[in-house]
Design a protein around this ligand. Structure first.
Ligand code: SF4
Length: 366
């Protein structure tokens, strides 16, 4: 009960936890039921509130590939470094700077005097372009559906202002095709998904219907509050007990069936599906978005003839297995030894939403 005291409503948390235990006890005894959260913020909150420790022994909660920084390929960092060394100004979110490429990271390059600017929003990159009319500015446009619209709006604004010295290096990823890749991995055997709230607010709950109709797996969109997540897990176990595999939207106060229509329209106008490389996972068909050909002048890869490969990440790092839920961070021999937040070997230890960073921060202190 140690963790329940930290909940805003410990009585409600205790009641839901009791339901979870009751449902789990009624499930078949011959196996472990494997649920997965696919949102980096869920991962961090689950670790912070000790939610894994509240689950019965026959329920395993895996962390999926929902941290955008973690799934960014080493080859993408290599491409950004190549552009920086060609003299372009690189504009990036801060947490990408420490992500290792094949040979070094952006933070180290920055300390050598290469132009790398930290932005808190994609639109801040426009300011850099305005102030440096004689230089090319490349914004590192990574992220899931939550951040894709603001990354795309950079191109819209650049067009409106006739700003032609800015482009984006895209590594946008989308969640539904990733779910498809996860369930098609026979080693994983996932019994249900806790779906991401912010991504779902953009794409809408209906976006998961083709997936749930095809696989009949319990899938629940849950909020970020610890009670939301517990309630979501309770719902997944209830569905399993009742032999149901349905989509439930428990976060309907924010997530609507058709999502954010304005954001979806912006995405569809500027972007089209592609098959990007996910770090440690490989290519997932249709799991990314890139600029349509008519906006090629804003696509840094096309504008400067850059190829994005998988790169050569440190072969000791097991981020791929962590991101697929095949091992927990503690299963990596480097965890907490050669790899720490102060000296990360892989991106899962870099990002504030990374599984390894979450485990390091919260699990080790118990
Ligand atoms: Fe990679 Fe470090 Fe996590 Fe191991 S502990 S999987 S090296 S990030």
């Amino acid at each position: 009960m140690k963790y329940l005291d930290g909940f805003r409503n410990p009585e409600a948390a205790a009641a839901i936890t009791a339901d979870i235990k009751e449902f789990a006890e009624k499930l078949p005894k011959d196996r472990i039921f494997r649920l997965m959260e696919v949102c980096g913020s869920h991962t961090m909150a689950i670790a912070r509130y000790g939610i894994r420790d509240l689950l019965p022994e026959n329920v395993s909660l895996l962390s999926g590939p929902g941290c955008p920084v973690c799934v960014t390929a080493a080859g993408y960092i290599d491409a950004a470094l190549e552009l920086a060394r060609q003299g372009k100004i690189i504009a990036s979110f801060g947490d990408l700077l420490n992500v290792p490429g094949s040979d070094g990271n952006l933070a180290a390059a920055r300390s050598e005097g290469i132009s790398i600017e930290v932005c808190y929003s994609p639109l801040a990159a426009l300011d850099i372009a305005r102030k440096n009319p004689g230089r090319e500015v490349v914004f590192l446009a990574i992220g899931f559906e939550t951040t894709i619209p603001t990354g795309t709006s950079l191109v819209l604004r650049a067009q409106q202002e006739n700003l032609n010295n800015i482009s984006i290096l895209t590594a946008f990823k989308t969640v539904p095709p990733a779910l498809e890749a996860l369930v098609s991995d026979p080693e994983l055997r996932i019994d249900g998904f806790l779906l991401p709230p912010h991504v779902s607010a953009i794409i809408g709950s209906d976006a998961y219907r083709p997936f749930t109709d095809k696989h009949h797996l319990p899938c629940i969109i849950a909020g970020f509050e610890p009670l939301d997540m517990l309630y979501g897990l309770e719902g997944l176990l209830k569905q399993l007990l009742e032999n149901r595999g349905e989509l439930e939207n428990q976060y309907s106060r924010v997530v609507k069936p058709r999502g954010n229509l304005k954001a979806i329209d912006l995405i569809n106008t500027y972007l089209e599906p592609c098959g990007p490389i996910w770090r440690g996972i490989g290519k997932i068909p249709g799991s990314g978005l890139e600029l349509r050909e008519k906006f090629a002048e804003y696509d840094a890869a096309k504008k400067f003839g850059i190829e994005i490969s998988a790169g050569n990440p440190d072969s000791r790092c097991r981020c791929g297995e962590v991101l697929k839920g095949k091992i927990l961070p503690e299963g990596c021999p480097l965890f907490g030894k050669a790899c720490t937040p102060g000296s990360p070997v892989g991106p899962c230890m870099v990002s504030s939403e990374g599984s390894c960073a979450a485990y390091y921060k919260y699990s080790r202190s118990k």
